[in-house]
Design a protein around this ligand. Structure first.
Ligand SMILES: Cc1cc2nc3c(=O)[nH]c(=O)nc-3n(C[C@H](O)[C@H](O)[C@H](O)COP(=O)(O)OP(=O)(O)OC[C@H]3O[C@@H](n4cnc5c(N)ncnc54)[C@H](O)[C@@H]3O)c2cc1C
Length: 403
């Protein structure tokens, strides 16, 4: 067995793990990233694309935003369609902030390139990652690579390994509390290389179900339709997808839709999930390892970034000042923001999807969306959440905790 030592072992090279590694590197804190998939597999995953201003600010801080500022699209509004009408929520006008469209794949690429340029250690295709003694003072992480077992001793473990990862699963059930809601439908998503005929995202609640017209760049669209959970991707030819999308998205948008061949097609279930707390001894969870939101509110990646920023600040202050308090505050500080994003994602999902057989829910949607279209106050509330609630400063968090 090979034995080494570092300050932080980060499990998972998704956006959370890579970003934490980059922020720590700039602070002079050593970290090793262990990822079970290959470099190419991680880079090939198609997921999020809508970034809050706070997320862009953290990418600036991490020094990985040069390409983003050249290529990303800034959106100052978002459309909501219902029963043949569409209302634009004028984000910038209402709350003075916008969202940035830049694919998670591009963020991952920028972070991987920065890590390679730094010469920082990442192990891809690390098998059987196992956590040891994270409840004591000398945690260790073991893994296998190329038939050899390796052990890394460390000060802390950052569990950035997503919903199906090993870190949360290592915590005994009686040490944490899980809150979960599953929704009775999924999202069928198609990625296609065609210029988007829409300038901003359009969310539509139609009598046939939800649809979302989104994009990743000036030449690439990402579109979704609500589908039954037991549907399979093979059930949906490209022609069937685009026909259904046109029926749901609203006539004027539908008129410009091109039935381009898909370059990726997948079905994702929708789930709300939070584990409390996010700290267990010397193990810290961040990102999808600790929480899942339905993608309707575009919050998953953004929440991963705010967790990572809070964890980076806590570790930075711990190493600079040898204090435990910032680490103690990590979990409550994250959870205050997580629950607000969970609430908003749940609200967006409830208002925009078809819940079959629930006539009361339909009337509530009609009323809620009518109120949203009529009330500048309701629009401002939606806009405030969509662009992202502000990050809590470490000092403010400490005060809130004490109070
Ligand atoms: C269809 C879809 C659309 C979305 N749209 C948006 C959006 O518009 N806006 C938004 O903000 N969010 C969106 N999200 C959510 C967003 O993609 C996730 O929240 C984000 O990927 C979380 O990052 P993460 O690093 O925490 O986890 P992940 O990206 O899941 O990364 C975890 C990593 O850990 C690795 N890993 C797992 N287990 C182990 C192990 N045992 N050992 C080592 N490594 C391991 C995994 O291989 C993976 O690379 C969307 C998600 C989906 C599915």
């Amino acid at each position: 067995m090979s034995r080494t030592r570092t300050q932080i072992v980060i499990v998972g090279a998704g956006p959370a793990g890579l970003l934490l590694g980059q922020l720590l590197h700039r602070e002079g804190i050593d970290a090793v990233i262990l990822e079970r998939r290959s470099h190419e597999y991680v880079l090939g995953r198609i997921r999020a694309g809508v970034l809050e201003q706070g997320t862009v600010d953290v990418l600036d801080l991490a020094g990985v935003s040069a390409r983003l500022h050249k290529e990303a699209l800034v959106h100052e509004g978002v459309g909501i369609g219902f029963q043949g009408r569409r209302h634009r929520i004028a984000l910038k006008q209402l709350v003075g902030k916008s969202v940035t469209v830049y694919g998670q794949t591009e963020i991952t690429r920028d972070l991987m390139e920065a890590r390679a340029a730094n010469g920082a250690a990442s192990v891809y295709e690390a098998e059987d990652v196992t956590l040891h003694d994270w409840q004591g003072t000398s945690p260790r992480v073991t893994y296998r690579k190329g038939g050899v077992t390796h052990e890394i001793a460390c000060d802390f473990v950052a569990g950035c390994d997503g919903y199906h990862g090993v870190c949360r699963a290592s915590v005994p059930a009686d040490k944490c509390k899980v809150f979960e809601r599953e929704y009775p439908f999924g999202w069928l998503g198609v990625l296609a290389d065609v210029p988007p005929p829409w300038k901003e995202l359009v969310y539509a609640n139609s009598a046939r179900g939800f649809a979302l017209a989104s994009l990743r760049s000036p030449t690439r669209v990402r579109c979704y339709v609500q589908c039954p959970l037991d549907d399979r991707v093979e059930d949906w030819s490209d022609t069937r997808f685009w026909d259904e999308f046109r029926r749901r998205i609203g006539e004027d948008v539908a008129a410009g839709v091109v039935s381009a061949p898909s370059i990726e097609k997948s079905i994702a279930p929708l789930r709300s999930f939070v584990v409390e707390p996010l700290r267990f001894g010397r193990l810290f969870l961040a990102g999808d390892a600790a929480h899942i939101v339905p993608p309707t509110g575009a919050k998953g990646l953004n929440l991963a970034v705010s967790d990572v920023f809070y964890l980076y600040e806590a570790l930075r202050d711990h190493y600079r000042e040898r204090r435990e308090a910032p680490l103690d505050e990590y979990s409550p500080r994250c959870l205050r923001r997580i629950w607000k994003a969970e609430r908003f994602s749940w609200w967006m999902t409830r208002q925009l999807h078809l819940f079959p057989g629930d006539a009361f829910a339909r009337r509530m949607q009609e009323t809620e969306l009518e109120y949203l279209f009529e009330s500048p106050a309701a629009q401002a509330s939606m806009a405030e959440n969509y662009v992202g609630l502000p990050f809590e400063s470490a000092a403010a968090g400490a005060q809130a905790h004490v109070a």
